[in-house]
Design a binder for this molecule. Structure first.
Ligand SMILES: Cc1cc2nc3c(=O)[nH]c(=O)nc-3n(C[C@H](O)[C@H](O)[C@H](O)COP(=O)(O)OP(=O)(O)OC[C@H]3O[C@@H](n4cnc5c(N)ncnc54)[C@H](O)[C@@H]3O)c2cc1C
Length: 479
């Protein structure tokens, strides 16, 4: 009987756990260790943040789902991995504070991001912090409450400046911040107070519409449409002021401060700021048989797990080599350790990084969105299943071979909502296969705006929760 442990039950880990439980649950021991007792459907938090969805609609308890699939669930926070003894150590978060030590034959690390608010002076919602976040459920509830206070003040006639974007020169997840600002715009319109708010976008992207994926271009006959043109048209249409190429370095509750691509200092006052922090990996201790430190073999300095990517290449070399992106997400030193979702170390950024004359690296980090994380979780699960059943790896999928769809809603109404839908193939441009179309397949890559996207986003909320609950037909619903 093989023992498989999955650490983290988000898009990557939970998807992997369902496939593992389904294929192996009867004969082998599958255990999920997760810090939280609930699964979170994170994409709908943009609606929680404007009080258009109740927080409870975005979460459900994991234990009953795992019971159905014969998966053990341990509500605990992993702190140490012993790669040589093939064990993990975790602190129970069920109130007992007990330390548990568990054995594994295969380990999947899918812990998502560590939200590095400390990487930017003054950033974050903690300790009466100076900025808001939508990256955890408690954060988004706090953000919603502040937003609703501001709404009351605007209804009483006051004007407010609200800033949205990235709070670190190397932040990622611009898509979530974009979706939140457009939802705030829509919500303020609905409440009849849009004229009282100045909405401002500040980000580290190389250009508007870059989203950390080097933007996209759509080809329609002889016409082309770039995401820069598309998103700047949305901002212009919605009356949103925008600033890109900014590395935010300090937030003090009244103002934020940045350096730009040229090394110039700048900033602005605000009444409300929702800024995404830098994402690092969740750092564990990696300890050898005799207590030696094995950290460098498993993780990079930022805490992301080293897998089968080609690390250390320059950006220019990396973008010429689609195989620099990992295929099976397996650690080279410890082949029984895999990583999926945000936890794996990418070989570098997708968008061109920029160092300003003061040495500040302003570089949108590569997003590993929910869909990409789920696909990677499935690939890893299928490989672990295959290793157990045949001793061989059977699947591979690089981000240079993966399709992704991103739908940024603008309100969640099925009557007057709208959404910007972007389909990218591949997620990471492959310039060797598509040399004339900026590395992407022109027949698949697309951008649309309209009510149908709003319907799709609402439908995806329900179908993804259906899938995550492993209800009938879950396997045929794509990640
Ligand atoms: C507001 C918002 C909106 C978004 N909208 C979209 C969208 O529309 N579409 C899209 O594709 N993506 C979207 N994303 C991105 C998407 O949520 C992430 O890409 C995705 O969650 C990454 O999946 P993951 O499994 O790697 O990490 P996560 O989903 O973060 O899961 C990691 C899990 O690991 C657990 N964990 C962490 N540390 C430990 C530990 N030490 N021990 C045990 N467990 C641990 C965590 O509790 C968590 O359950 C959005 C993100 C945000 C913040």
């Amino acid at each position: 009987m093989a023992k498989v442990i999955v650490i983290g039950s988000g898009f990557a880990g939970h998807t992997a756990a369902l496939y593992l439980g389904d294929a192996l649950g009867k004969k082998h021991e599958i255990t999920v260790v997760n810090k939280l007792e609930n699964f979170s459907y994170i994409p709908s938090w943009v609606w929680v943040g404007v009080d258009q969805m109740k927080p409870g609609k975005t979460v459900f308890p994991l234990a009953p789902v795992y019971k159905k699939k014969r998966i053990n669930f341990v509500h605990a926070e992993v702190q140490t991995v012993y790669p040589e003894q093939k064990q993990i150590e975790a602190l129970r978060r069920d109130g007992s504070d007990e330390i548990v030590r568990l054995d594994y034959d295969y380990l999947l690390i899918a812990t998502g991001p560590h939200l590095n608010f400390a990487g930017t002076e003054g950033l974050g919602p903690h300790n009466n912090g100076n900025s808001h976040s939508i990256c955890t459920l408690p954060h988004v509830i706090q953000t919603r409450d502040t937003y609703l206070q501001l709404v009351d003040e605007m209804k009483a006639g006051k004007s407010k400046r609200m800033v949205f974007g990235t709070g670190h020169p190397g932040a990622t997840c611009q898509g979530a911040a974009f979706e939140y600002i457009t939802n705030v715009h829509k919500d303020l319109l609905r409440r009849g107070i849009r004229d009282k708010a100045e909405l401002v976008w500040v980000s580290n992207e190389a250009d508007v519409g870059d989203f950390g994926v080097d933007g996209i271009t759509v080809y329609r006959g002889k016409e082309t449409l770039s995401s820069k043109e598309f998103i700047s048209a949305v901002f212009d249409d919605y009356g949103i002021e925008y600033h890109v190429q900014k590395g935010v370095k300090k937030v003090d509750g009244k103002a934020l401060y940045w350096e730009d691509y040229e090394g110039q200092d700048g900033g602005m006052d605000y009444d409300f700021a929702m800024l995404i922090p830098q994402f690092t990996g969740v750092k564990f201790n990696y300890v050898g048989q005799n207590g030696e430190d094995l950290y460098d073999k498993v993780a990079n300095p930022a805490g992301f797990i080293k897998v089968d990517g080609k690390y250390g290449q320059s950006y220019d070399d990396m973008i010429k080599d689609p195989e620099s992106w990992p295929a099976v997400y397996q650690n080279p030193d410890y082949p029984e350790i895999f990583a999926a979702g945000i936890a794996f170390a990418p070989p570098g950024p997708i968008s061109r990084p920029h160092k300003n004359p003061n040495g500040m690296l302003i570089a949108a980090a590569p997003p590993r969105t929910g869909m990409v994380s789920g696909v990677i979780g499935r690939v890893v699960a299928k490989n672990i299943i295959s290793m157990i059943q045949t001793g061989k790896l059977a699947n591979q999928e690089r981000m240079t071979e993966m399709v992704a769809a991103c739908i940024a809603s603008m309100g969640n109404s099925l009557w007057d909502g709208s959404a910007a839908t972007m389909v990218l193939y591949p997620v990471v441009p492959d310039h060797s296969r598509f040399p004339d179309t900026k590395g992407r397949d022109p027949f698949v890559t697309d951008m649309e705006m309209g009510l149908s996207g709003a319907w799709m986003k609402r439908l995806i909320h329900s179908t993804m929760i259906h899938k995550a609950k492993s209800r009938p037909g879950w396997k045929i619903i794509p990640e």
